[in-house]
Design a protein around this ligand. Structure first.
Ligand SMILES: CC(C)(COP(=O)(O)OP(=O)(O)OC[C@H]1O[C@@H](n2cnc3c(N)ncnc32)[C@H](O)[C@@H]1OP(=O)(O)O)[C@@H](O)C(=O)NCCC(=O)NCCS
Length: 257
């Protein structure tokens, strides 16, 4: 199977090398990756170990996560694109091993993906329980009904908040302390819609059912209250257009105006 799954194959190669270099972490690397039969099993182990709690113990979460990941192969496709995106875009990443073992943005997003599937299956209490524990452990609070595409980078990730009716399309990069929230004045469909290729800088607050056009950049610390056209940079409080975007900001992680 590893031969037909290049992400899993590369991850195992990196894990083998790392286990040899760092004996203290060898047991963790073996249990998390080398003793597992697939990326799905590996993620079920690693993330259930982080999220296991006295209310719902790790073995139950492990079996649930593994069952959901193996039965819903679209999640595995999304997760593999996330891993590749992190490696390509995050200057601090040095391969596939770090996201799987350590990066809480990736782990939180993967756990959200499981919760989203549970939500869609009608297991809403379990999905909401997972949201609460993901938020507690990773400081990333995503409503399980939110819709998030693939090839997503949550860089640093602390304090990312994504509301119930938010949409994040494929190939988007989001830094820490970003809120995709409501204004507090609307009910129903009240959260942002973030299109393909967008880069959202640290601390940006995007509020309301506004559309962030494809390949737009949102400056750090901005408060965005209106639609943002495609291929522009906005910044400030409230955010205003400050420049045009050439190319692919989510991929480049280029923060220059
Ligand atoms: C402040 C807020 C409550 C709106 O209040 P409001 O009195 O209805 O304000 P309006 O939307 O009519 O905007 C009035 C002006 O304030 C500006 N404004 C609104 N919210 C702003 C904010 N957070 N920061 C800076 N300026 C803001 C608007 O741009 C507008 O400016 P203008 O008159 O020059 O066009 C809302 O925008 C807000 O910030 N809510 C907080 C929601 C939140 O924290 N959500 C997270 C959920 S997870």
């Amino acid at each position: 199977m590893a031969g037909g799954d290049p992400v899993w194959k590369k991850l195992r190669e990196e894990a083998t090398a790392a286990a040899g270099h760092e004996p203290v972490l060898s047991e963790l690397i073996h249990m998390s990756i080398l003793d597992c039969d697939s990326l799905e099993s590996s993620l079920a182990f690693r993330i259930s170990r982080k999220l296991g709690h006295h209310a719902v113990a790790e073995p139950y979460l492990h079996d649930l996560f593994e069952e959901i990941l193996k039965a819903n192969t679209y999640i595995g496709e999304q997760v593999r694109k996330d891993i590749v995106a992190i490696d390509q875009r995050d200057p601090a990443s040095n391969g596939f091993l770090s996201p799987v073992l350590y990066f809480k943005g990736f782990q939180a997003l993967t756990a959200y993906r499981i919760g989203h599937e549970l939500w869609n299956q009608g297991r809403r209490e379990m999905a909401l329980y997972l949201q609460s524990i993901i938020s507690q452990i990773f400081a990333v609070d995503i409503h399980p009904a939110a819709r998030i595409g693939s090839g997503i980078l949550f860089d640093h990730a602390t304090s990312i908040v994504i509301g119930e009716t938010a949409v994040v399309e494929d190939h988007v990069s989001i830094l820490h302390e970003v809120t995709l929230g409501g204004t507090g004045k609307e009910r129903g469909d009240r959260h942002p819609k973030v299109r393909h290729g967008v880069l959202i800088g640290a601390g940006a607050k995007i509020l309301g059912n506004v559309e962030i056009g494809q390949y737009a950049r949102i400056g750090a610390g901005s408060v965005v209250l209106n639609d943002v056209p495609a291929h522009v940079t906005v910044a400030g409080v409230p955010a205003k257009v400050v420049g045009k975007v050439e190319g692919d900001p989510a991929a480049c992680m280029d923060h220059n105006i």
